[in-house]
Ligand binder design. Structure first.
Ligand code: FAD
Ligand code: NAP
Ligand code: SF4
Length: 675
């Protein structure tokens, strides 16, 4: 039994209805909304989470009209003919005793369509076009469209709507001077700028009646120039309540803000202080949000009285049964979200279907099904990295007899190294999850066992899964054997000490991680909530507009670091779409010198000899760390096959190029589901 969660599991009476607990699954685009058969898949996605006990869910954003779409052809609810597909979702959720709100989202100037609309014609840094300034008529029509959309949502069976007022979308654009330069009744004084959203809430309440939840997602911290101040935010919260909202959700940071809000770089529950500040200023419940990923933490937030409810979004991609497991005293069996964004937000921004690195079933519930096997097989899995672990646990769950061999003294493979990187501590949660699953499923596990082909051939196995991963690639550079050269494995796993000036050869994901490790000197700086807020220049009083102090405090880096690549492109170009900029910003803050277009000539007592743009240079460094990619490790394959064994390769053992944990886990899970 693990901790109990009395505050988390306490019902919440909203007047309109009572929620069974205080946990909400926040809105996420799933990439299924405009996909053929997408609503059927969404129905199963939400139904599974309702079965998993979550108190309330919010759909991804649905536009109230065509102008509000993120992309042409995206999800919109503006006519009766569009209700039927939403009923698939609401019926499935209600069939499982769940409750669901539909989020109404007008993207305003964040639309990727050829045209967009906004209060003023000011182009967003991340948008393709300058928006058209809305006329008074446009504004009246848009308010009516929001109310109409909510009424249709009610007809479709939703328990309510969330009116999206944060993250820099249309409503937020009206509220702040950052984007509202109008001089009519909808601009100028704060009272005028909030008229748009208050009218929307009022008209929505009129159209939907009293027995319908209206949640308003309020931007409690804009993190952009000329954003709202705290007194303005409190005023808006009170007015929203008067206008008819029955619950307030927290929004943090506009999409264009250059401060991370949900990535691994953000400490857990870093923003709940904003919701806590609002608590008591309104009579309706308030919801804390962003970077909350364990029930323990959620319980603490509620027990402290910082909020009435917590919203977790990505953790429900990682584990649909988050609440049920917490309630059953099995919190240690929760597959935790590690805040990597690799399979959820990065997928959405790349136009792919959202899923989850640690749970590839997310959004694939209808096609990736773990059925009990009709034919029990005896399977050996070699290597307990992410690929081997995901295969072993799913295969065992399906009823196969699985034996897991691992050469080192612990499970995890490269995750054991990755978790040492400042900001990647969440990888420990994945290891905890797999450890508990191995125990629960009774998987025979041999640690410290570098298994050979003979043993496997004699073991009576029906098949062998090689998940033996990768070994670091050693480039052919003169002096590569010099005493000042080490691989990332020697630095991170074996604890070899680096000097004060370090050059890193290779600027892929691992090169960036090694750079961060080196500037932190093994001990993470800037990761308590206070340090994080100071480091990114956040005004916790929110007296300054948008909550920006303009004075970020950067700690002293532990070393001078040079990060190098041969390509002439920008360093970190291929890092995650939604997180690459954060890694680059952190290294910049720490004074890391990033150089592209490098040729490596040699390494000797003087340091690293390179050529850049035809000019020879010596980087007088004490240490050179090699992060130049990997090669597959699969020497057992030939011998096993010669011995007549059926062998399957997964993860790095299969293909080292462009390997990451997302692919390794996905491959393991899919193979296990098919055997
Ligand atoms: P591995 O993790 O390499 O595991 C292979 C296992 O097999 C090892 O435990 C090894 O000991 C064992 N083994 C090998 N031979 C034998 C044998 N004969 N008998 C028994 N056992 C054997 N990926 C991401 O997606 N996101 C990240 O943020 C990320 N960060 C990273 C940071 C760092 C510093 C590093 C090093 C990697 C990072 N990765 C990240 C990459 C990710 O960890 C790998 O892609 C993933 O671990 C590959 O999984 P795998 O199971 O194929 O191989
Ligand atoms: P990688 O991304 O392929 O990068 C390898 C680096 O080595 C490149 O910068 C490459 O740049 C350089 N290189 C390749 N061959 C070289 C040679 N012969 N001599 C000198 N330099 C050479 O691989 P990685 O950094 O090892 O990462 C492994 C995998 O783990 C990646 O696929 C990555 O996705 C994953 N990972 C992900 C994250 C994450 O945050 N998502 C973090 C860490 C790791 P040039 O060829 O231009 O020199
Ligand atoms: Fe969380 Fe990463 Fe899964 Fe997204 S992909 S839900 S961030 S673990």
């Amino acid at each position: 039994m693990t901790a109990s969660f009395p505050h988390l599991l306490k019902p919440l009476d909203l007047g309109v209805t009572t929620l069974s607990n205080r946990v909400m699954m926040g809105a996420m685009h799933l990439g299924l909304e405009a996909h053929p058969g997408g609503f059927e898949r969404m129905a199963e996605f939400y139904a599974e989470r309702a079965r998993g006990g979550v108190g309330l869910m919010v759909t991804g954003g649905i536009a109230p009209n065509q102008d509000g779409l993120l992309k042409t052809g995206g999800p919109v609810l503006e006519a009766h003919g569009q209700i039927a597909r939403h009923k698939l979702v609401t019926d499935a959720v209600h069939g499982e005793d769940g409750k669901i709100l539909m989020q109404i989202l007008h993207t305003g100037r964040y639309s990727y369509q050829e045209y967009s609309v906004a209060p003023s014609p000011i182009r967003a840094p991340n948008s393709p076009a300058t928006p058209r300034e809305m006329t008074g008529e446009d504004i009246d029509r848009t308010i009516a469209d929001f109310a109409n959309c909510a009424a249709l949502a009610r007809e479709a069976g939703y328990d309510g709507v969330e009116i999206m007022g944060s993250e820099g979308y249309l409503i937020n654009e009206f509220i702040t001077l950052h984007t509202n330069h109008r001089d009519d009744d909808w601009g100028g004084a704060y009272e005028n700028r909030i008229r748009f959203v208050l009218e929307i809430i009022r008209r929505t309440r009129e159209k939907t009646g009293p027995n319908f939840i209206i949640m308003f997602r309020l931007s409690m911290l804009d993190l952009v120039e000329d954003g709202s101040t705290w007194s303005e935010i409190v005023k808006l919260a009170r007015e929203a309540e008067k206008a008819g909202a029955n619950i307030l959700n927290t929004g943090i940071g506009w999409h264009e803000a250059r401060i991370p809000t949900i990535a691994q770089a953000v400490p857990r529950a870093a923003w709940t202080w904003t919701t806590a500040k609002l608590k008591g200023k309104v009579a309706i419940p308030v919801i804390a949000s962003n970077r909350i990923n364990t029930p323990e933490q959620a319980e603490d937030i509620l027990a402290r009285g910082d909020a009435d409810m917590v919203s977790l979004a990505r953790p429900f991609l990682a584990d649909s049964h988050f609440v049920a497991k917490a309630a059953a005293g099995q919190a240690d069996l929760i597959n935790s979200c590690i805040a990597c964004n690799q399979a959820c937000l990065d997928h959405i921004f790349n136009g792919q279907i959202c899923t989850c690195l640690v749970n590839p079933r997310a959004c694939h519930e209808t096609e990736l099904v773990f059925e009990k096997t009709a034919e029990l097989r005896k399977i050996a899995v070699v290597g307990a990295g992410p690929a081997g672990l995901s295969f072993a646990t799913v295969a065992a769950e399906r009823g196969h007899s699985v034996t897991l061999y691992e050469a080192t003294n612990d499970i995890g493979g490269q995750f054991q190294i990755a978790r040492k990187i400042p900001g990647k501590e969440e990888f420990n949660e994945t290891l905890r999850y797999f450890r508990k699953m191995i125990e629960l499923l009774g998987i025979t596990t041999w640690l410290n066992t570098k298994v050979g082909a003979a043993e496997l051939l004699e073991g009576g196995y029906d098949r062998v899964i090689l998940a033996t991963g990768v070994t670091p690639f050693t480039p052919d550079i003169e002096g590569i054997g010099h005493a000042r050269v080490m691989s990332y494995i020697e630095l991170l796993r074996d604890g070899k000490e680096a000097g004060d000036r370090v050059a890193i050869i290779g600027a892929g994901g691992i090169g960036f991680d090694v750079a961060e490790f080196l500037v932190h000197a093994g001990k993470r700086w800037g990761h308590s909530r206070e340090e994080f807020l100071a480091r990114w220049g956040i005004d916790v009083e929110i007296k300054s507009p948008g909550g920006l102090t303009h004075a970020p405090q950067t700690p002293e880096p532990a070393r001078e670091v040079f990060l190098l690549q041969r390509k002439t492109s920008r360093l970190g170009k291929d890092l995650g779409k939604t997180t690459g900029w954060i890694h680059r910003a952190i290294l910049k803050q720490a004074g890391v010198t990033m150089i592209s277009g490098v040729s490596y000539r040699r390494i000797d007592d003087d340091g690293l000899h390179i050529t850049i743009g035809g000019e020879d240079k010596i980087l007088e460094v004490d240490t050179v760390v090699i992060c130049a990619g990997q090669e597959p490790c699969r020497e057992l394959k030939g011998e096993l096959e010669k011995g007549g064994m059926t062998v399957e390769l997964i993860g790095g053992a299969d293909e080292a190029g462009e390997l990451d944990a997302k692919r390794a886990i996905d491959q393991g899970v899919r193979l296990a589901a098919s055997i």
